[in-house]
Design a protein. Sequence first.
Lengths: 370, 373
Amino acid sequence: MRVLITNKRIDVRGGAELSTRQLARALQERGHSVMAFSSDPRQRARHLENDIIPVATDLVELPVAPDIIHARHHLDAMTALAALPDVPAVFQCHADSWPKPPVHLRIYTYLAPSSREAQRVRELTAPGGGDIQVWRRPLDLDSCNPVKPLPEKIRRALFFNRRCADDESLVSAIAEATAGNGIALDFASRLFDRAVDAAQPLFAPYDLVFTSGDAASEALACGCAVVIAERGECGVLVLPENLPRLVRDEFRLGTNPLRASKTSVDAEIGKYSAKACAHATALFRVGVDASGAYSELVGIYETAIVRHRQRTADAVGDSRATSRYLRDIAPTITAYNTELRGQWASAARHNTFYELRARLARVEERILPR
Amino acid sequence: VNILFTNNRIDARGGTAPFLKQWSEQMQALGHTVTCYSTQPPQARRAFEAYGLPVTEDLDRLTFVPDIIHGQHHMDAMSALLAFPDVPAVYFSHGGVWQECPPVHPRIYEYLVVTPTAAERMAVEFNIPMSSIQVFPNSLELARWPALRRLPDRPSRALFFNHRHTPDSPTARMVQAAAASTGLSLDIIGNVQERWIARPEDVLPTYDIVFASGVSAMEAIASGCAVVVVGRTSCGEMVLPENYQRFRANNFTIAVNSAPPDAAFIEAQLRRYSAEACARVSAQLRQEADHRIAMPKLEELYRRVIERHRTTRPEPRAELEAISRYLQGLSSIVALTDERMSDRGRELMGGRVDQDVQIALAQIDEELSSGIY
């Protein structure tokens, strides 16, 4: 089977980009042909090039058509669906709030990472959306091995979050609490100018990691104690008794958690037990079933392909679906474009993304007081 | 003919929204059915309430299938084009900003711009054949300017009428200095913080000289005033019979990178004032830039495009390819928007995103209603 995976960016390390790489590798290992696509034109310096995964640069001129589009991220998905009018798709949803997952006749299945997310997707895509299945990318255990036993007392901790910079209250709360407990604290992520490409070298040297989401599952698999931390809030230390709930919640904080404070971080550090945390790692690793998940995914692809073969092509329906999608995203895009006075938009300046992002941050700081 | 107009804003008093209102009325007067659409549905309600514009909030619920789409602003135009897969379109670009950039699609048969320079830019930057681009200069609904000012031999009242300048901008300060040294009283209208006039036809004819650009300059000339063209960063010449055609071809604008404003130069322009020469300019503009001349040309263009589409074989695959390329062209701004929305997205349940966007939109509303765009 030939699979086209779309993703909004493939030149940086982040949850979505890493999961694209792992998905591509896993499919390749199972004998499938994989190519990647991002609508972002700055993909030459791409993260994926080290993986020898072909990256399509012009889908309209693509000499080999994929059998299925594994669509991730709305614009890239819709760009691919328009360029490949005979190809069915499955759309992998993330917990993004904007925009809603696109609805298109050729998106036969939405993959939701949890039953909670599946419910949200069901509401957002009705009516007219495809089937919804809970499917979660399994952790690549081979790249996340525990390399050392946990010490009786925590000595080194890491804060890893690509959305929190060092001026966030969460960071100061963690810094105060770790200092008070005699724990050395390091920081990593693009915002701290320390982007790391692989989980094991990043997490394994640390006893305790403050993080969330996929990074939390990687850190846990690497044998670290993990405290869920994100968005200015600090959650719990991962222990055997709360592991099932945290796995179900994708190692994310629920609605309305308490704001992080030195006291709340102290409390979680105080729960640390080398034995209990190691037990949590062992339980978590046992629960990961990579081969079953990818077999299930290929089955979902095959079902979509069969359903597509039974359906008559509908260019008009495709066009109208794209119109609805465009109408869905246009107001927000227009608002941001207006805020930036269109200065991001020069065709000759595709490489100024970071510059523009910094500019937008300044604009927002000016007009949107925290 | 059933016409669907698109525009990114249809409730504003500035920008391209006034064109929409005027064209809608003119086309209705010519016996056509008209509906206006923006991708921002709340505007439709406001536009209907404020101006009585025929509007639709949802393309899926439009009660008729348009014969032609008159597209302005690419996201709005493409939304309409994709919602009506058998309908041809013309695309009108009023400027060089991003939202005005022309989308390329097999069913957009003709592109309209207001100046030859804009036509060249469109051809070069977007690879659109010159044969598909028409220069369609701005025109005015002259019935709104029935009273023509009779200019005195010696001017005494001047107006700085431009939305982009505050009274302390370098250009405005130089104009104030030149006006003072030539004995002119000067009013300043239209900047964001100061004054806005809803009916320029009531105000402009009370001045002898108006510093303005674009459609505002045309309105002032149509009012019988002498006009000195100002730009974003400088002040240009007075419009006189000898340079009229040049200014008309450039939509009464000067280049952004013109020489810095200079009081002596502006004084020299003011000394060129001639009641008789300026009256000739007014007469010429009123003859050329009359809606009643322009609208039948637009109507004829619609008919030609509809006929051409009727005899053109549909190209669904080419259309989808065009859509794909168009969507890919949005990637930079979508990436930026995605990132910001994603960072804030998890706060959505707390309402912060909504609140932030509302604040931002309120600011934009304010700017737009002040006519800055």
